[in-house]
Design a protein around this ligand. Structure first.
Ligand code: AHR
Length: 497
């Protein structure tokens, strides 16, 4: 098959907010304990942080990491996680029915994120708690000194304030599974009043209101409109969450699911603009897709994990086709970079994550690590309008799915153009032609490819190098045009200068 696209530097879509490549670490499964923190591990530093994990995270250049939840935050008393470790309470954790040691809390995570080179996207508990705990937490984290909570932080050995800028007002408050779930009116009122108090402590905060926990919720759309109606002047972002899988074994349909993400983003942006129009406001609400990924394991394993400490949970093994689906979603995010300013692949370590560790053992990188890393490293700058001509197919849930999913990003500072492209065709290669008309003479620096004969192939502890990107792509640039043969079912990163 043949497909083409135009990449023209005058057709600017948006500047990429680096926070598009954020991630998420929740107190869930072995994300924290056995993931980032494992005192006694051969690579652990004096804080108990695994250096092998830190190195793998640093290589991703993750700009922001959401913490501490997720469902966990809706029952979390943040005070339990600060102060001398020996005095911290061991508590029953009701989101995932485990026992929380509280050995890692706000200060430890802030230090870990600093070492990883990432900002923290904090979340406050609007399930069991509210305004008071939230404003105290802001004071503890961000106020320099001279007040009860800021001085308490200093007494805990943290002199300089954390200066966390981005805060989530609760998590998935529409979900019946959420501790302290609320109706849209209950949540909207609480979020608005909490936002006001938090900003009175620190006016520089950027606040994210909870959208629906997914577009399939029966209250979707109505929830967004009601919450925004009640919070519009006091929040900056609305959240979106979505997960995809191929549990029914229909790969053509699975790879088309990024079209659902396109539509989800479009719908939520439309609701934001509806409330903007209704309020005759000049303010634009942007979107934070602060949970997205492929998630295959089903249901909650609560009964099995009953009150264990950091049991393995949702440790999905990602294969080649999952990497393609993640790649398509990353392209979708870039295509909506005018509205989606933050996004968090959920999650980062062990729990539905691109990085897997063994307690006391090694670390290995899942297939999905690579497209995420490529986008984070090379997808910074200006997104150009993707003008694409491609043959299309119909799948079970989607019509007119282009075989070519692609977008280009121009990094003016480095003088680099990067084309991200997925060939969705499962049995045929694609002759791709990219018209680079405004760029003049360019050279292909690298054409990275991820493909594999077996779409179910994955990386494991025994075979960590089973599915790896390689540099053997065929792209050439000549006379202002790239030509390349994209192998069937492949992820491609074509870098030009
Ligand atoms: O990321 C795992 C869980 O998925 C989060 O705790 C929750 O917010 C979502 O339902």
């Amino acid at each position: 098959i043949k497909a083409s696209m135009i990449a023209d530097k005058d057709f600017k879509l948006a500047e990429v907010d680096p926070r598009l490549y954020g991630s998420f670490i929740e107190h869930l499964g072995r994300a924290v304990y056995g993931g980032i923190y494992e005192p006694g591990h051969a690579t652990a530093d004096e804080n108990g942080f695994r250096q092998d994990v830190l190195n793998a995270v640093r290589a991703l250049n993750v700009p922001i990491i959401r913490y501490p939840g997720g469902n966990f935050v809706s029952g979390y008393n943040w005070e339990d996680g600060v102060g001398p470790k020996a005095e911290r309470k061991q508590t029953l954790e009701l989101a995932w029915w485990t026992t929380e040691t509280n050995h890692v809390g706000t200060n430890e995570f802030a230090e870990w994120a600093r070492l990883a080179g990432s900002e923290v996207m904090m979340a406050v508990n609007l399930g069991t708690r509210g305004i008071d705990a939230a404003r105290n937490l802001v004071e503890y984290c961000n106020h320099p000194s001279g007040s009860y909570w800021s001085d308490l932080r200093i007494s805990h050995g943290v002199k300089a304030p954390h200066q966390f800028k981005t805060w989530c007002l609760g998590n998935e408050m529409d979900g019946p599974w959420q501790i302290g779930a609320k109706t849209a009116v209950e949540y909207g009122r609480l979020a608005n009043e909490t936002a006001k108090a938090m900003r009175w402590v620190d006016p520089s905060l950027e606040l994210v209101a909870c959208g629906s926990s997914g577009s399939s919720m029966s209250t979707f759309a109505e929830w967004e409109a009601t919450v925004l109606d009640l919070t519009y002047d006091n929040v900056d972002f609305l959240s979106l969450h979505t997960y995809y899988n191929n549990n029914d074994g229909d790969t053509a349909n699975f790879l088309a699911k990024s079209l659902d993400l396109d539509q989800f983003i479009g719908s939520v942006a439309a609701i934001c603009d509806y409330i903007k129009a209704k309020k005759k406001s000049k303010k634009k609400i942007n979107l934070s897709l602060d949970e997205w990924n492929v998630w295959k394991s089903q249901g909650s394993s609560r009964m099995e994990t009953h009150w264990q400490i950091a049991p393995p949970e949702f440790e999905d093994v990602y294969n080649m086709e999952d990497a393609l689906a993640v790649g398509c979603c990353l392209i979708s995010l870039l295509k909506h970079a005018d509205r989606v300013k933050m996004a968090c692949i959920a999650q980062l370590i062990n729990t539905i994550a691109p990085i897997t560790t063994e307690n006391g053992g090694p670390l290995w990188l899942q297939t999905t690590y690579y497209p995420y890393m490529h986008a984070s490293l090379y997808g910074r700058g200006t997104v150009l309008h993707p003008l694409i001509t491609s043959p299309k197919y119909d799948s079970r849930d989607f019509t007119d799915v282009p075989y070519l999913e692609a977008v280009s990003v121009y990094n003016e500072e480095l003088g680099e153009i990067t084309v991200f492209a997925v060939n969705r065709h499962l049995s045929e290669g694609m002759e791709l032609s990219v018209d680079l008309r405004s760029f003049g003479q360019t050279e292909v620096v690298q054409h990275i490819v991820m493909d594999h004969e077996d779409l179910q192939a994955a990386n494991t502890k025994q075979h960590p190098g089973n599915v790896l990107p390689h540099d053997r792509g065929t792209a050439v640039a000549e006379d202002g045009r790239i030509t390349a043969l994209l192998s069937k079912a492949s992820w491609n990163v074509i870098r030009l200068r």
